[in-house]
Design a protein around this ligand. Structure first.
Ligand SMILES: Cc1cc2nc3c(=O)[nH]c(=O)nc-3n(C[C@H](O)[C@H](O)[C@H](O)COP(=O)(O)O)c2cc1C
Length: 206
């Protein structure tokens, strides 16, 4: 079983990466493999709603979105991390995930997801809500912890000094591991994925 994480900060040594590292370490103790994918500091395009999504992901291939989509198809669960910028997730993580989910929802459906939010001080709840929206529309069980998945830090690495934040991240990993084991056991016992309805798209009520 493998958990694919996304560092939505351009800083590969910053607090978001550090928070995801804590989740990864705890997952490893539970015997679960993980990988942290760096969004990087290069340009990330927005979704322009062109509707030309391909089976490999987004029609634009000049950033790392499709590389992430390919890994997502193989992954069993996800943790998306972001720093808070002006009380919302980083612009780059939203652009990245808009295109990953709009082009390739099936790579994520019915797999557990969690988001992790890091801030110096404020805007964590609003950012956490925004990140969790991807899961709700993609039929994904959302994994929680003993607090909302937030941790505080300003200078790189400072997040490790937020004791409750660290505890929350570790508990998130334990809950993720538990859910993954439940899903695996269910699959072994013949529990099939739900055959959900599709096709109705009521854009407005006449
Ligand atoms: C453009 C920008 C906006 C920010 N806005 C907020 C904010 O609204 N609230 C807050 O608490 N911290 C804010 N911060 C601080 C970062 O969230 C914080 O330093 C975080 O630890 C950075 O994560 P990173 O090291 O993974 O990049 C902001 C930082 C930047 C660069």
């Amino acid at each position: 079983m493998k958990v694919l994480m996304l560092n939505g900060s351009s800083n590969p040594k910053g607090n978001t990466r550090c928070a995801l590292g804590i989740v990864a370490e705890e997952l490893a103790k539970e015997g679960i493999e993980s990988e942290i994918f760096e969004i990087g500091a290069g340009p990330v395009r927005d979704c322009i709603g062109c509707g030309r999504c391909t089976e490999n992901g987004c029609v634009f291939a000049d950033d790392r979105v499709n590389e992430f989509v390919a890994l997502a198809k193989q992954a069993d669960a996800f943790v998306f991390g972001t720093p808070v910028y002006y009380a919302h997730p980083s612009g780059r993580v939203l652009s990245f995930l808009d295109r990953a989910f709009y082009s390739s929802k099936c790579a994520f459906s019915h797999k557990p997801g969690a988001s992790v939010v890091v801030a110096r001080r404020a805007g964590t709840s609003a950012s956490f809500d925004a990140m969790n929206k991807y899961f709700g529309i993609s039929e994904m069980p959302v994994v929680g912890s003993s607090y909302w998945n937030v941790a505080h830090g300003a200078r790189a690495g400072e997040v490790v000094r937020d004791d409750e934040g660290v505890q929350t991240l570790k508990n998130l990993a334990k809950n993720m591991a538990w859910l993954l084991r439940c899903i695996e056991k269910g699959r072994e016992c013949g529990v099939a994925l739900p055959d959900t309805y599709d096709g109705a798209r009521t854009n407005f009520i006449r």
